[in-house]
Design a protein around this ligand. Structure first.
Ligand SMILES: O=P(O)(O)OC[C@H]1O[C@H](OP(=O)(O)OP(=O)(O)O)[C@H](O)[C@@H]1O
Ligand code: HPA
Ligand SMILES: [Mg+2]
Length: 179
């Protein structure tokens, strides 16, 4: 496993401290409200579990699975719903939790999809954001880290379904994807 990674980009401690800050900001912003926290499978599993445990605002959780990457390192641009929500969004404050915004295609499609279901609000929290995301016109209220345009794995993020269980975020060595 060790030789598959180029370097550690964000350590376990850095992730945890940043999630403390994001949770505090979310608690402040949603004071007196209840949140439906919506995790996007599978990448957001780790950040959802850790962020939610640091939040004090009353919340419920639901999950959606969408996919635009298949097994490669480039977005296909076609978003598919693999598993839909089980919650009626009418009047709810929805907070989408993502591991990464890369091209921004997944979230711009998803936000429009959710807004058509009559929620009171839809905001986005993401652990990581890459530079290309700024070219898509979506507002992201809570961002953990802005990172360079490199393919990263760990803490929920995969390459061909592997490495999701690493406790940190790292970059892959080129030999892993045929470089
Ligand atoms: O901003 P974008 O370029 O659209 O990319 C970001 C999305 O891609 C990844 O999911 P993926 O489709 O690989 O599914 P996964 O979470 O199951 O790995 C990631 O978890 C985000 O949901
Ligand atoms: O850099 C990335 N790593 C893993 N999955 C991803 N999905 C979009 N970008 C990435
Ligand atoms: Mg993926």
């Amino acid at each position: 496993m060790g030789e598959d990674l180029c370097k550690i980009l964000i350590t376990e401690d850095e992730i945890s401290s940043r999630l403390d800050e994001l949770a505090a900001a979310i608690d402040r912003d949603y004071e007196g409200k209840e949140i439906l926290v919506l995790g996007i499978l599978k990448g957001a599993v780790m950040v959802m579990a850790d962020l939610a445990r640091k939040m004090h605002t009353p919340l419920t959780m639901d999950w959606m699975a969408v996919s635009s990457y298949g097994s490669g390192t480039k977005s296909s641009g076609v978003v598919r719903i693999l598993k839909d929500l089980e919650t009626d969004l009418e009047g709810k404050h929805v907070l989408i939790v993502e591991d990464i915004i890369d091209s921004g295609l997944t979230l711009s499609w998803l936000k429009a999809n959710l807004e058509s279901r009559g929620p009171a609000s839809v905001e986005i929290a993401t652990l990581l954001r890459k530079p290309d995301a700024t070219t898509v016109d979506i507002h992201v209220e809570y961002v953990g880290f802005d990172i360079p345009n490199e393919f990263v794995v760990g803490y929920g993020l995969d390459y061909a379904e592997k490495y999701r269980n690493l406790p940190f975020v790292g970059t892959l060595a080129p030999h892993v994807y045929g470089g």
